[in-house]
Ligand binder design. Structure first.
Ligand code: GLY
Length: 404
C-alpha cells in the first residue's frame, strides 16, 4: 500500500491513551467521564500485567524503608477502593472480586522473625495499624499454616481485588462511557511544533489528540518519537505467578491473604472467594523475558509449601509470568512530562492494581485542569528529567573559605 494511502485513516480526539492495561483504562474511563473525547490504543485492551497480578492491596505489608512518600500515595488509593469498586461495578455490571479480607504476614524462622519485627517497627513509626501475633495466634486465625510459624503481623487493612475482573470491568465501563478503542499498537508519537499530538498506529492510521497519555506499562520507555530525556525510565521486572484451585471440600482453605519472607524471598497466597488461590511472585531482572521456568515454579511451590503444607493437595491450574513496570525509585510517574501535550501514567511497579483508583482521579484532574493534585506532585515525571536532577540554586550552600 502506498504511504499516502496508509495515512488516509485519521482520527481525532481530546485524549489518546497509549496502553489499555488497568492504568490506561482507568485513565480513559475517568477522562471520558469528565467529557473528554477519549481513545485508547492497544492491540489487546484489558490485558497486560493485570492478567498475571495477584491483586493484593498491600500498602502496609509491602512497606519498604525510604518509601514513605509512596506509602502515602498507596494509602490514599487503598482508602478509595471501596467507593471506586462500587462505582465501577455499577458502571460496568461486572463484579470485580474486591475482598476486604485483611492480610497475615508470618515468619518461619528466627531470621524471618527479625525481618518481620523490623517491618513492624517501621509500620509503627509510620502510624500504621499492624498487630504482632505469636505463632499460635497466627495458626488460630489460619489453621492451614505450618506448625513451625514463629509469629506474624496481622494487618486488617490490606485487602485484595481480582485484577482480571478489574480489567474487564474497566473495559466495559470505558465502552459504556464512549471511549473509542483502536485495537492496534501505537508505534510512534506524533508531534506538531513543540507539542505531542497523538500517535501513529501499527495499521498505518493516525490518531491526533490534544493530549496523549503514555500508559503502556513496562513498554512505556520504548515509544519511538518521544524525545530521549522525556522517555519514562521504566524497565520490565519479571514476576512468575501460579494459580491453584481450592476444591469446595477444602474451603475455606485460607480466609485472608497470607504472606512470608522465606530465606529472603517473598511469597504470598491470595485466596479468592471463588476458590482460586494465587501464589506469587518471583522478582527477576531479565529484560523482556516472560518464560515460566521450572526454577521459578519450584521456588514458589517450595516456599508456599513451607508456609502452608496442605497446598500440595491442590490442583495447579495456571502458571504465568508478567512484567512489572519498574522505575528507578519504585514509584509511579504521574502527570505532565517535559513535552507539552504528553503525560505519563506508568512505572507503578508492584502497586499497579493498588494505585488504579488514585491514578484515574489524578490523571483526570491533570487532563482537565493541567494541574497535578497535591498528593501526586512528588510523583511528577519531571523528577527524572536531567535538568531537575541538579539541585535548585537556593539549595547550594554558599562557598566559604576554610581558615588556613
Ligand atoms: N505487589 C506484588 C508483586 O508485585 O509481586
Amino acid at each position: 500500500m502506498p504511504m499516502h494511502a496508509q495515512h488516509q485513516h485519521a482520527h481525532f480526539c481530546d485524549v489518546l491513551v497509549i496502553g489499555g492495561g488497568v492504568i490506561g483504562l482507568v485513565t480513559a474511563w475517568r477522562a471520558a467521564q469528565r467529557g473528554l473525547r477519549t481513545a485508547v490504543a492497544d492491540p489487546a485492551p484489558g490485558g497486560g500485567a493485570a492478567q498475571v497480578a495477584a491483586g493484593m492491596l498491600a500498602a502496609v505489608t509491602e512497606l519498604h524503608y525510604g518509601e514513605e512518600a509512596l506509602l502515602a500515595l498507596n494509602l490514599a488509593s487503598a482508602r478509595r477502593y471501596p467507593a471506586f469498586t462500587a462505582e465501577l461495578e455499577e458502571a460496568s455490571g461486572v463484579d470485580t472480586g474486591y475482598r476486604a479480607c485483611g492480610t497475615l504476614a508470618v515468619a518461619l524462622d528466627s531470621d524471618d522473625r527479625e525481618h518481620l519485627r523490623e517491618l513492624h517497627a517501621l509500620q509503627q513509626r509510620c502510624g500504621l495499624d499492624a498487630q504482632w501475633l505469636t505463632g499460635r495466634e497466627c495458626r488460630r486465625l489460619e489453621p492451614m499454616l505450618a506448625p513451625g510459624v514463629r509469629g506474624g503481623l496481622r494487618v486488617d487493612g490490606d485487602h485484595q481485588t481480582d485484577p482480571r475482573r478489574l480489567a474487564r470491568a474497566l473495559l466495559t465501563a470505558c465502552e459504556r462511557a464512549g471511549v473509542v478503542f483502536h485495537r492496534t499498537e501505537a508505534v510512534r508519537l506524533l508531534s506538531a511544533g513543540d507539542r505531542a499530538a497523538g500517535a501513529e498506529l501499527a495499521d498505518g492510521s493516525r490518531v491526533t489528540a490534544e493530549q496523549t497519555v503514555l500508559a503502556a506499562g513496562s513498554l512505556s520507555g520504548r515509544l519511538a518519537g518521544v524525545p530521549e530525556d522525556v522517555l519514562p525510565p521504566v524497565r520490565p521486572v519479571k514476576g512468575q505467578v501460579l494459580r491453584l484451585r481450592v476444591p469446595s471440600a477444602y474451603r475455606p482453605f485460607l480466609s485472608r491473604t497470607v504472606r512470608a519472607v522465606v530465606r529472603g524471598g517473598h511469597v504470598y497466597l491470595v485466596p479468592r472467594e471463588n476458590g482460586e488461590l494465587v501464589v506469587g511472585a518471583t522478582t527477576e531482572e531479565l529484560g523482556w523475558d516472560t518464560t515460566v521456568t521450572a526454577g521459578g515454579v519450584y521456588e514458589l511451590l517450595r516456599d508456599a509449601h513451607e508456609l502452608v503444607p496442605g497446598i500440595t493437595e491442590l490442583p495447579l491450574v495456571e502458571t504465568l509470568a508478567g512484567l512489572r513496570p519498574g522505575s528507578p525509585d519504585n514509584a509511579p510517574l504521574l502527570g505532565p512530562t517535559a513535552l507539552p501535550g504528553l503525560l505519563a501514567a506508568t512505572g507503578h511497579h508492584r502497586n499497579g492494581v493498588l494505585l488504579t483508583p488514585l491514578t484515574g482521579d489524578v490523571m483526570a484532574e491533570a487532563l482537565t485542569t493541567g494541574r497535578l493534585p497535591e498528593e501526586a506532585r512528588p510523583f511528577s515525571p519531571g523528577r527524572f528529567t536531567p535538568s531537575s536532577l541538579a539541585p535548585p540554586a537556593w539549595e547550594v550552600p554558599p562557598f566559604q573559605e576554610q581558615p588556613a
